[in-house]
Design a protein. Structure first.
Ligand code: KIV
Ligand code: ZN
Length: 514
């Protein structure tokens, strides 16, 4: 299998996204995570651009191990010298020099003829090699350059000592077949191409950054320049996570792989989004919030029967929590019932029908139905949870210098059971005392408190999610005293647990129906 080099430019081209400026510490934090992700090269910045960027590249070069650290430079003496100083602390430093080769850039931006550009490119690479063994050269706007001239430049810079030649589709203008053919031309026409790595750098102006990169791989490209979340100048760059997962998912087609630790993809995406302030669109492939979410009844039914009916990637493989079945107006009974089961409700046919009707009516008014909505639907007249245990009394000893203690009295079948426990806080102490009475071993998975009325005597509502063996249930409790609300919520959850186990053991028991 061909090994594709992943050159990550999140900290350079990615940082060129409008408004995405990163300080030194943020760059180091992202670079550390990129190293954990397993990228081969980190382009950490453009050292001549600012003192801050110089410092960031220098610090990344000195602190991030196990990857090549690269800095960008124009074909200008001072750029190359400053870049060389910035990457010097790295064990594997790289200088990346770029110079435009398209007619439009040469004529209007650089005001230089082809012969001058050729000479300058060769000089820049030779000059860079004086400081660093690993020099990469990019003929900027390569995809709009004259192919014969481009091949001449590529051949000359390789002769001058460039180890990698990167072909950028700078303005995202190319089509996949056309870009693949450009790489093929370079591979076949440049006589010394076997002496260098051929790389591509595709922008996303027509939404084709990833497609063009994949087409380049099929035509012999060995290094891909890309960014996390596809951020970058204008519409951004080819997205790292999409390329990595396309190669992985379609190994049959590409016979190429990367060294990326896929389980770190989602975490890296979140970190980059947090530190750059650029939100990831929900429908973004691989790392968007909806990438593994299903709403329609047909899809949810398929997923519940066999996940691969509607998912080509296991969410856990990219570090995502798991498949999400969103309950909304398109959802069906299968997913609805499945969610109720998770909440601890085993409904019979008649109850399910009634609950599903209410759910559909609510879904017409509300975009997404949350677990709390489902609790209200089911507990309001469809299923009444027998109060096996009722909170009778509660007293707490707590303070900032003592271990909190809770004494709880629960009534069961007209008898009061009392226990005292200590805990990490008053709520924890209450829950331990309740467990000691019920004999159930419960793990608290979630706890949330909200105020449902205003003012100092506001009514607080506590929602808890607990797990005992494989059963998970929610419980709710309200009181003006938040410790009491917490205890009530826990007792409510325990009662549901007991009820749901009884129902599982005896689903048709008339006693248990309303
Ligand atoms: O898009 C581009 O051409 C670049 C070069 C500096 C490689 O970012
Ligand atoms: Zn670019």
């Amino acid at each position: 299998m061909k090994r594709i080099i992943i050159f990550d430019t999140t900290l350079r081209d990615g940082e060129q996204s409008p408004g995405a400026s990163l300080d030194v510490n943020s760059k180091v934090e992202i670079a550390m995570q990129l190293a954990r992700l397993g990228v081969d090269v980190i382009e950490a910045g453009f050292p001549i651009a600012s003192k801050g960027d110089f410092n960031a590249v220098h610090k990344v070069a000195g602190s991030v191990k196990g990857v090549s650290i690269c800095g960008l430079a124009r074909a200008i003496k001072s750029d190359i010298e400053v870049c060389a100083r910035a990457v010097a602390p790295a064990k594997r430093p790289r200088i990346h020099i770029f110079l435009a080769t398209s007619k439009i850039h040469m004529q209007y931006k650089l005001k230089k003829a082809e012969s001058e550009i050729l000479k300058l490119a060769v000089w820049a690479v030779e000059y860079g090699r004086k400081f660093c063994d690993d020099v990469e050269f990019s003929p900027e706007d390569a995809s709009r350059s004259d192919r014969d001239f481009l091949c001449k430049v590529v051949e000359s810079v390789i002769k001058a000592g460039a180890k990698t030649v990167n072909i950028p589709d700078t303005v995202g203008y190319s089509m996949p077949v056309e870009f693949g053919s450009l790489i093929n031309t370079i591979k076949t026409k440049v006589s010394n191409i076997d002496k260098a790595i051929i790389s591509v750098h595709c922008h996303n102006d027509l939404g084709l950054g990833v497609s063009n990169s994949l087409s380049a791989i099929q035509n012999g490209a060995e290094q891909i320049e890309c960014t996390i979340n596809g951020i970058g100048e204008r519409a951004g760059n080819a997205s790292l996570e999409e390329i990595v997962m396309a190669l992985d998912t379609r190994k049959d087609l590409f016979d190429a792989g990367t060294s990326i630790n896929k389980k770190e993809l989602y975490k890296t995406s979140r970190l980059v989004s947090k530190l750059t302030g650029i939100v990831v669109q929900p429908n973004k492939a691989i790392v968007g919030q909806n990438a593994f979410a299903h709403e329609s009844g047909i899809h949810q039914d398929g997923i519940l029967k066999k996940r691969s009916t509607y998912e080509i990637i296991r969410p856990q493989d990219v570090g995502f929590g798991g498949t999400k079945l969103v309950l909304g107006k398109h959802s069906g009974r299968h997913a609805f019932n499945e969610r109720l089961r998770k909440l601890g409700f085993e409904l019979n046919e008649a109850e399910l029908l009634k609950a599903f009707e209410r759910f559909k009516a609510l879904a017409d008014k509300k975009k997404e139905i949350f677990n709390e909505d489902l609790l209200s639907i089911v507990e309001d007249g469809i299923v009444s949870i027998p109060e096996t245990y009722r909170l009778e009394d509660l007293s707490i000893v707590s303070g900032n210098k003592i271990t909190p203690k809770a004494t709880i009295g629960l009534t069961k079948s007209a008898k009061v059971f009392k226990k005292t426990s200590s805990g990490d806080g008053p709520v924890d102490a209450c829950y331990k005392a309740i467990d000691a009475i019920t004999g159930l071993k419960c793990k608290l998975l979630d706890y949330s408190l909200k105020s449902i009325t205003g003012g100092k005597d506001a009514l607080g509502e506590v929602t808890v999610r607990i797990k005992s063996n494989k059963d998970e249930v929610y419980g709710r409790g309200t009181s003006t005293d938040i410790i009491e609300a917490s205890a009530k919520a826990y007792v409510n959850a325990v009662n549901k647990l007991i009820f749901s186990r009884l129902r599982k053991a005896n689903p048709e028991s008339a006693k248990l129906k309303l």
